[in-house]
Design a binder for this molecule. Structure first.
Ligand code: SAH
Length: 219
């Protein structure tokens, strides 16, 4: 999803360095504990879009720390506006490329990584760009705590099948897999927090694929 450039959103990011980091230098460590005012683990959504999912989670769980990581500055500004309007002190915005994840977050800093409706990159020659390509899995493993998990949702069957294969080849453990999340048991459906894309696809009757996975301890 490429958003139309919105100058107000870009300016908002620049006006709020305390809440949003705009492509920080990967060589400099980010002091997340200082930014959140506590040193609890972080939950990151990679590719937050306009932020419906992560702002809802931040509202539901004021005791947890959330980072919306988004490469498009306009999208980052839209998330930031929601954060400021709703006073979400437990949400930070990081406008940056997920390729630099390890530089921005230390080892064992993160308890959850959410990948929602990531760009599918269907051509084989673009495999390395998929956010579930093995090199990205290695980055997630580096920042996650030992019991940390990845929660992934998509409407794209090709990306889902690829991701299961990629995670399996990496030796990951699957805790939950669904090929029709919105028609699972009531308690699962009720707990689900919808993203913008999810709402759009599900309302057209398309199934939503979902998996939760973790890394096995090193032997
Ligand atoms: N999660 C949202 C948006 C999905 S679209 C939803 O479900 O509605 C995918 C988003 O990922 C886009 O906003 C895109 O800009 C962002 N993105 C793609 N590659 C990225 C990367 N390498 N690092 C950070 N964000 C990325």
């Amino acid at each position: 999803m490429r958003l139309k450039n919105k100058p107000w959103a870009n300016e908002l990011v620049e006006e709020h360095p305390e809440s949003a980091l705009d492509r920080p230098d990967p060589a400099e460590k980010i002091d997340w504990a200082a930014r959140f005012g506590n040193d609890k683990p972080i939950e990151i959504e990679v590719g937050s879009g306009k932020g419906q999912f992560i702002t809802t989670l931040a509202k539901q769980h004021p005791d947890r720390n959330f980072v919306a990581m988004e490469i498009q500055k306009t999208a980052a500004g839209i998330i930031l506006k929601k954060k400021l309007d709703e006073g979400l002190d437990n949400l930070q915005i990081l406008c940056a490329d997920a390729a630099n994840l390890v530089a921005y977050f230390g080892e064992n800093s993160t308890s959850k990584i959410y990948l929602n409706f990531s760009d599918p990159w269907p051509k084989s020659r673009h495999e390395k760009r998929r956010l579930t390509y093995k090199d990205f899995l290695a980055k997630y493993q580096a920042v996650l705590t030992a019991d940390g998990v990845i929660e992934f949702k998509t409407d794209n069957s090709g990306l889902f099948a690829y991701s299961v294969r990629s995670m399996n080849n990496y030796g990951m453990r699957f805790d939950f897999v669904s090929v029709d999340l919105h028609h699972e048991k009531e308690e699962i459906v009720e707990k689900n927090v919808e993203t913008e894309y999810e709402h759009k696809f599900a309302s057209k009757g398309q199934p939503i694929y979902c998996l939760h996975a973790g890394f096995l301890p090193a032997e």
